[in-house]
Design a protein around this ligand. Sequence first.
Ligand SMILES: [Zn+2]
Length: 360
Amino acid sequence: MADSTTALALTLSARQASDFELLANGGFAPLSGFMGSEDWRRVCEEMRLASGDIWPIPITLASDLEVSQGDVVELSAPNGKRLGRLRVEETFDRDTEQEAKQVYRTADSEHPGVAAIYAEGERCIAGPIESDALPDHDDAFMRRYLTPEESRKTFAERGWKRIVAFQTRNPIHRAHEYLTKAALEVSDGLFLHPLIGETKKGDIPAEVRMRCYEILMERYYHPKRVVLGVNPAKMHYAGPREAVLHAIIRRNYGCTHFIVGRDHAGVGDYYGTYDAQRIFDDIDLAELGIEPLFFEHTYWCHDCEGMASDKTCPHPQESHLFLSGTKVREMLANGETPPHEFTREEVAEILIDAYRKGID
Ligand SMILES: [Zn+2]
């Protein structure tokens, strides 16, 4: 066992630093540290912490660092910034294949979330953390940074009681704008909360997405009814389980409702279109503390002359403006502006510019 003069130190990966940040700022409440074996097992098997609280995805710190119970490990961010420390309660080996199957519903290493946990390895260090600082972010994000405490305060100052949160890792097209405004029609305020942690290659970088939100907020949203923040979480691409995690994070940020679209947090064809909505059928929403709002696929309908969905539009598919994600990416990469009924021109301009400069 290390004595107090031994400096145990660990530099976190970007993914681990993202978890640290949400543990430290309260976004992962009631968690106060990286999970031990009992939490890990129950989360995988039952979607609950050892305490019984609902929790969908293990938050573990994988590391081969030699430590014993009671040791204190100093933690720093990938750029070397000192963040705080962890008091070791336990080290354990997790079964990453079991985690993949139970949490991600697949053991396929092609799944980006599964690939990430396989790459991290099995051995984990668990214990509560103490935070001195949060990881650094670009100025574009820090301008919009709100901790859960700050967003709650902002909502209270505005007198909002019914607050709907919108999560996305994608650029905002007319369909997303429509969902958020439809939800806002029956709420007091909208919390746009794009994710800025690590995503997979090919996803639009967070700073580009932020510029899209900012231009839309300036021109198409009512400033008194919308708050734009940033969610430091990384993507797991765990579909249904991640929809629940996204809901819990927004509950902690003070929201009462959370938009769940089709294939929320999914990737490839690992999850059914509405799996991320169905998972809430088996959850007690009062216990969860936030209510999901489910949305269908929406589109522009030439006959309705507006945004619509299969719930509201009686017209045939030929009347609907449909562009696949692949097609939209192709157009933007070629410098072509998608129809304005699909993407606002201001947003298309930002995205075309980003593609010109290169997206991995
Ligand atoms: Zn129609």
